[in-house]
Design a protein around this ligand. Structure first.
Ligand SMILES: Nc1nc2c(ncn2[C@@H]2O[C@H](COP(=O)(O)OP(=O)(O)OP(=O)(O)O)[C@@H](O)[C@H]2O)c(=O)[nH]1
Ligand SMILES: [Mg+2]
Ligand SMILES: [Zn+2]
Length: 348
């Protein structure tokens, strides 16, 4: 099969109802899944799910929390490279071009990374995991400066998820053309102090679009954030003829409901990939073990290991270095409140 000229490697741009658009060197192939793979997915979904946050093995550092996390994931693994339990946007596949020009997906290549969302249903059991994008290395967290007002607690939640998954976050504040609350400027300054890149953009007057485009160059970036903040408008501003170039039915004004995961991937003309996704109301930091949460707040890191108790969870303990840092103004109170909310499993 490896030498078969009709077998190509490609990346899944989007899909719905078992039909996927696969980007290959020779164009986009509309494809279906081979029966064997469909069965494998059905089996995997009924089995106990494996690690939620995929950690890149080559990124394993000496950090003990990562080592512990890896151990837990390994226990759930068979020792083989983890294979996806479902085909997602961003997956690399081997696809065979059939004589009628339709592709048959024969193999899914191992994922390097993924970002999942949990769609919260009315009960915990109803919540389902959806991979928003596979094989990404960057996440643009898109909020509006106004209309809707940015929810920084939600931003903190996204940031912890990026930190846990080792995905580079970009903070994008769109609708910079609109009048906004001065608190938004204070928040921007805070996140910049923490070391995050913050871009202020407007699709109405073009502000910041060039800067954002440069930051996407050569990366595979997921645009995520609440509904109505302008994610799809930004995708259009970055690549105005994207839909034309890819030859796909444009979904840029919709909510991505037509795709499997609510995401759609586009090749960037400057190199790299960009995925638009459906707006998210709330996101639970469900894949971060509680004891690792504090290290997902970048400004907590210098204080970790300095608390009076080794198992300090920084909520109300004596001799807590984090609480002392909050009291001394070294850690922002709003960020600390986000930590408490996420720790307690609050939805927003
Ligand atoms: N004033 C202003 N309005 C904008 C800007 N960008 C987008 N909008 C408007 O905001 C609304 C929502 O934009 P979308 O691009 O559909 O937002 P989205 O984030 O993709 O929303 P979902 O797909 O629901 O998640 C539209 O009416 C846009 O015209 C901007 O920079 N300034
Ligand atoms: Mg949209
Ligand atoms: Zn502590």
């Amino acid at each position: 099969m490896a030498n078969d000229p009709d077998t190509l490697t490609g990346v899944v741009l989007g899909g719905a109802h078992g039909i996927y658009d696969v980007h290959t060197d020779t164009g986009i192939l509309r494809s279906t899944l081979r029966g064997k793979l469909k069965k494998a997915f059905a089996h995997a979904q009924s089995a106990k799910s494996i690690g939620k946050v995929r950690i890149r093995r080559d990124k394993m550092l000496t950090d003990s929390s990562y080592a512990q996390r890896m151990e837990r994931i390994d226990k759930r693994d068979t020792g083989e490279t983890p294979l996806p339990t479902r085909l997602s946007v961003g997956d690399y596949v081997k696809v065979r071009r059939l004589s009628d020009g339709i592709g048959l997906i024969e193999e899914i290549l191992p994922r390097q990374s993924e970002l999942s969302r949990k769609d919260t249903g009315s009960t915990e059991k109803k919540s389902i995991q959806q991979t928003m994008l596979a094989n990404l290395d960057q996440v643009a967290l898109v909020f509006a400066m106004a209309q809707p007002e940015p929810h920084f607690g939600l931003l903190d939640r996204y940031l912890t998820i990026c930190e846990a998954a080792e995905l580079h976050p970009l903070i994008c504040l769109n609708k910079a053309d609109l009048p906004h609350d001065p608190a938004v400027d204070e928040a921007i300054a805070l996140y910049q102090r923490l070391g995050y890149t913050v871009v202020q953009t407007s699709t109405a007057n073009g502000q910041g679009v060039e800067q954002l485009r440069d930051l996407l160059n050569e990366h595979t970036t997921l645009f995520t954030g609440p509904s109505g903040v302008g994610k799809s408008s930004l995708v259009n501003a970055i690549e105005p003829d994207m839909a034309v170039k890819t030859g796909l039915i444009s979904d840029v004004t919709g909510k991505g409901r037509h795709t499997t995961t609510g995401s759609r991937l586009y090749p960037l003309s400057g190199g790299g990939w960009l995925a638009d996704s459906a707006g998210i109301r709330a996101l639970t930091a469900w894949n971060i073990p509680q004891e690792e949460l504090a290290s997902c707040f970048v400004e907590f890191r210098p204080f970790l290991g300095q608390c009076g108790y080794v198992d300090c969870i920084h909520l109300d303990e004596d001799e807590c270095a984090i609480l002392d840092a909050v009291a001394a103004g070294a850690i922002d109170e709003g960020r600390y409140r986000s930590y408490v909310r996420i720790y307690n499993g609050e939805e927003r």
